[in-house]
Design a protein around this ligand. Structure first.
Ligand code: PMV
Length: 333
């Protein structure tokens, strides 16, 4: 049996959002982001070295072979690291990757964050490369900047222009925190976050204002998180996603991810808060709504969402909590 590396990672949900890239190569974020790793939601990635002289990397996600362009900077950077670290002059490694999400992919549930985090860990292990978690974070960033955060559990920070993310607090910092993911649509999003960011940077008159404001919002959110103050953190998260979406809706042509179910869930969260139940929504590049709340309120919030005609009683709800960073094992040795 040939050697296979199996890694599991969880998506990183930003409370203060990264949106927009620094000019130039390297996929560096233009805004700082503060995030929580979503324990209970997982990408599982299996990596084998491709047969010698194959000279292609193959990535299959949920049974579908992926276009190679998206993965090229990642694999090329990985091979450069292998070349730098190995004294031997042997063939450089290529990879066969089979990855599965236990949640909808490419629908704005941050699947690229857990995907590239698991890929960075799995491929470096398969190639026999010992990288520090910071190096893994920098490598994962080349695929998706949010993936730099998924290399860590708990609460994470990726600074503006940052090469790698870091952990601010372990998951145990706030064990009662819950994130209720409302799957408004299982369809892949109509425009990738990468293209949507470029459209915002290139054509939204609000992009500069977004950059200025995002940096100013961070200290407030950091302090709220340190104090485990749901209301203050929720308010910062609300402002962050609203301004991010305002900037993209102002692009030409507008980028609009919201569906009727998205808007209905936003209004329901407002009503819940007016009734004294802490339900603080946030949105990423897609129609899904993620609700920050505390464990004792999950059932009541879920019940109210199921009653919305735009969602219905069978709406898929995923319950996550602050989770651990990726884990990895090796079989067939
Ligand atoms: O890392 P990407 O390219 O998938 O972009 C992620 C962007 C958001 O999810 C909208 C925000 C974030 O910080 O995760």
């Amino acid at each position: 049996m040939s050697r296979e590396v199996v890694c599991r990672a969880s998506p990183s949900l930003a409370l203060v959002k990264y949106w927009g890239k620094k000019p130039g190569r390297g996929n560096r974020p233009a805004t700082p982001s503060l995030a929580v790793t979503l324990g209970g939601i997982t990408t599982e990635t299996r990596v084998r070295l491709a047969p010698a002289h194959g000279h292609t990397d193959t990535v299959v996600l949920n049974g579908q072979t992926q276009p190679p362009e998206r993965f090229r900077p990642f694999f090329e950077s990985l091979r450069r690291r292998v070349r730098r670290r190995s004294s031997a002059q042997g063939d450089l490694p290529f990879f066969d990757v089979d990855s599965r999400n236990d949640f909808p992919s490419a629908a704005g549930l941050a699947s690229s964050s857990s995907g590239f985090a698991a890929l960075a860990l799995g491929c470096s292990r398969a190639a026999g490369l010992e990288l520090s978690v910071r190096e893994l974070s920098a490598l994962a960033r080349l695929g998706s900047a949010s993936a730099a955060r998924s290399l860590f559990g708990g609460f994470t920070l990726l600074p503006a222009g940052g090469r790698s993310a870091r952990q601010l607090h372990p998951p145990q910092h706030w064990p009662e925190l819950r994130i209720l993911v409302v799957v408004v649509s299982e369809q892949a999003k109509p425009i990738s976050s990468r293209r949507a960011m470029e459209a915002t940077r290139g054509s939204s008159p609000y992009y500069r204002a977004w950059l200025r404001d995002a940096a100013a919002l961070l200290p407030r959110a950091l302090e709220a998180l340190r104090r485990r103050d749901l209301e203050a953190l929720g308010e910062a998260a609300l402002v962050s996603y609203s301004r991010m979406h305002a900037a993209m809706i102002a692009a030409g042509p507008p980028v609009l991810y919201w569906l009727p179910g998205t808007v209905a869930a936003i209004h329901e969260c407002r009503r819940l808060r007016a009734e004294g139940i802490g339900a603080w929504e946030t949105l990423d590049a897609g129609p899904q709504v993620k609700i920050l709340c505390l464990a004792p309120d999950v059932a009541a919030i879920a019940e109210r969402l199921r009653r919305l005609p735009e969602l219905g009683p069978s709406v898929r709800l995923l319950e996550a909590r602050p989770g651990e960073g990726p884990v990895c094992g090796v079989t067939g040795e």
